[in-house]
Design a binder for this molecule. Sequence first.
Ligand code: ADP
Ligand code: ZN
Length: 735
Amino acid sequence: MGKPQYITLNFIMYAKVIVDIAHSRVDRIFEYSCPDSLAAGSRVKVPFGGRTVDGFVIGVSRASSYPAEKLRPVSAVFDEAPAILPECLELTGLISRRYRVPQAAALRLFLPSEMRQGKVHEAYKKFAVFVTDEIKLPASAKKQSAALGYLKEVGECELAPLCEKFGRGAINSLSDKGAVEIQARKITRNPFGGLSGGGEKKTLTPAQLSALESIESSDKQIHLIHGVTGSGKTEIYLNVIDGQLRRGKTAIFLVPEISLTPQMLSQLRSRFGGAAAILHSGLSAGERFDEWWRLRSGEAKIAIGARSAVFAPLENIGAIIIDEEHDSSYISESAPRYSTFEIAEMRARYNGAKLVLGSATPSVETYVRAKDGELGLITLTERINGNPMPEIIISDMRKEVRRGNNTGFSLALREELDKTLSDGNQAIIYLNRRGYSRTVLCRDCGYVAKCENCDVTLTYHSEDNCLKCHYCGAKYRMLTACPDCGGRHVLYNGTGTQRVVADLKSLFPSARILRMDNDTVSGKDGHYKILKKFAERQADILVGTQMIAKGHDFPSVTLVGILDADMSLHFSDYRSGERTFQLITQVAGRSGRAGDKGKVVLQTYSPENYILRYAASYDYNGFFGNEIALRKATGFPPYSLICRVMVTSEDGDAALQTLKSVFFAVEDLRKAAPGEFIFLNKMHSPIKKIQGKIRYQVLMRLQSKAMLEKIYDIAVANSSGDCLVYVEENPVNLS
Ligand code: ADP
Ligand code: ZN
C-alpha cells in the first residue's frame, strides 16, 4: 500500500479516471485502458499530456466510447485496495454538484492530504520467523545454531534485537539457508496511545434509557438530543455506538474542536479499545495515515474527529453522532464550502444509519426542524447527579465604571474568586473573543450603535474611521460621544488574556494561574497539556478564550467568570444573540459539575438584555421563542437565506469588472423573480484586501433556496484564472 505498483498486464478493461487536478478545465472523465483487476475507487498514475499525473478511477467497464487503440494504458496503481469506497464515489458526485467544485476537489475530501501527495507510507518492522531446523549447520556455526534454537522455541521475534543478540551475519545465513524467514510487517503508530480512562460502562438513568430507546426504535433517521450540560449526552452517544457495533456496523463521532478530542477519545478507547480511530489535522502525517487505513481496512470501526472525519472511509455505517451541533466549525470556510450536516445526512441516508445531533443549546435552525417534527426531539432537563445548574450572577459593569473600578473585574467576581480560592476550589475566567470585531459601545450606559436598516451591530473600521453594517454595506460617521448619555468612552474592544492574567496576579498573588489561547497553545496536544495540568490541579485559575468554553469536565471548578458577556452580543451578525446564549450556557456549564454547587459571574454593560436574562435562567425555550419571532420579523435565517458571492483577485480592475458582471447577472435573476430577493447589492467586503487580494462581494438575502443553483451557475461562469468567484450560504463570518 502507498507506493505505486507499476503494471504490465493484458489491457482488457477501460478505466474512467478523474485526474487529481482541481480545475474546471479538466473536470471530466478521461478514459484509459487497464488490467481487469483494477477496481473503481483505486488511485492510479496516468499519462496526461506530456506528463504523468495522479488520478482516481471512478468506474471501470468492458466497453469504451473510444477506439481501443486511441487509449493509453494506466501507468501504475497505488494501494492494495481501492482507497475510495463505492459510497464515497457516489458522494463525490453529489458534493461536486451541490457545492460546484471539480470532482477532484470532492474526491480529495476522502483522503488524508499527505497520502495524496505520496509523502507518507506505512511504517514497517522486520520480524524473523522460524521455518525449519532440518538443515545442516557446520559445528563451528555456534551463533547460527543458538539463534535457530532460540527461534524454534519462541516461534518468531523482532529482527533488530535478534541481530543484536546473535549477530546479523548469523541471522542472514539462516535466512539464506531457508531456516528462517524475514518478514516486513506493517506496524501502526498509535496516537494518544497513553490515553484511557473515563470509559467504564455506566448504568443508564431512566432519562438516558428512554432517549436511547427512542433513537433506536423511532423510524426517524435524525434525532436531536437537547440536554442541559452534564445531563449525560455522551453516555447516550456511546450506547448508540455500542448498539450499532453489536449489529456489525460502524460509527462516526464528530466533535467541534481538537481540544475536545483527546478527552472524548480516551473515553472511546477505554470503552471500545482499538476499534476507535482518531482522524484530525493535529496528528502527525504518519499517524493520520495509519489511523485512516485502520478504518479503511475494517480493523477500526469508530472514526472520531472534527468535521472532516465525516468523510471517514467506513462501510456499513450504523450511526453518525454530531456533538455540540450548534458549533460553527461544522461549516467549512474554505473550498469545498460544505456543511457537515448535509454530508452526514447524505451518508446516513445511503447507509440507513441513525444521525444523532446533540447540544445543550441547539442552533435555532436545527431546533426549528425538530419542533416541526422533521427530526426526533429528545429533551433532557436534569443533570445526571441531580445537581442544580450553577447560579448565574449578573454584574452590571456600567456601575463598576461609575464607581471608578477600572480593573475589568467586578466586585462580585472578586469576592467569589476569593471565596473559591480559600475553599481550595478552582475557577475559570473566560474572555469572549470569538470572531471579535470592534464595536461602538458606551461604557457609561451600555448604548450600542446599530444599523437602521438591518438591526445588527455596526463595526468600527479604522482605515476609513467610520462604522459599517456588514449586511447592507451602509456607512455611518464615527461617534465621539454617546447619543444617549453623552458619555465619551464609546469604543470598546475588551482586554486581552495577558492583561487579565497580570491583573489577576496582582489581585491574588498566591494563586497559580494558567492561560490558554492561541498564543499559549502549540503542537498537536498543546490544548491537552494545559487542560491536563488544570485537571491535575496544578493551577487554581484557568484564563482563556472560547477554547475553554465547552466539553471539559473539571470536578473542582466551582466558579466561572465571564468577563465580557457583551462582546458576542454585539457582533455584526444576525446570529450574535444565538451565539451569546450558547457561549454563556456552555461556559457556565463548566461550573459545579461534581458535588459542590457552582457559581457563575457574568459581567455585562447591558444587564437588561433579554439574551442574557434567558441565559442566566437557563431558559432555552424562552430564548428560542424570542429569537425565532425576531428572525421572522426581520427576515433572517431560517426565514431567508443569506448568500454572498465573493469576488477576489490580485488585479483590482479584473475584480471590479467581474463584480459588475456577477451583479448584472444576479440583477437579471431578480428582475425575473423579484419576490425571491429580499435584499441585493454589490460592495467591497468588510475587509477589502486579504493577502494581496482585493475582495468584492455581491450580498443578497433570498426568500428561499429556489435561486441558489442559478447563483452558483453565475459564480462558476465568472470564475477565471486570475479572478476567483465563489458562493457562501449563510456565512459564519462576513468579514
Ligand atoms: P453532557 O455531555 O450532557 O454534558 P456528560 O455525558 O459529560 O454530560 O455527563 C456528565 C457527567 O455525568 C460525566 O461525569 C459522566 O461521567 C456522568 N454520567 C453520565 N451518565 C451517567 C450515568 N448513567 N451514571 C453515572 N454517571 C453518569
Ligand atoms: Zn444594514
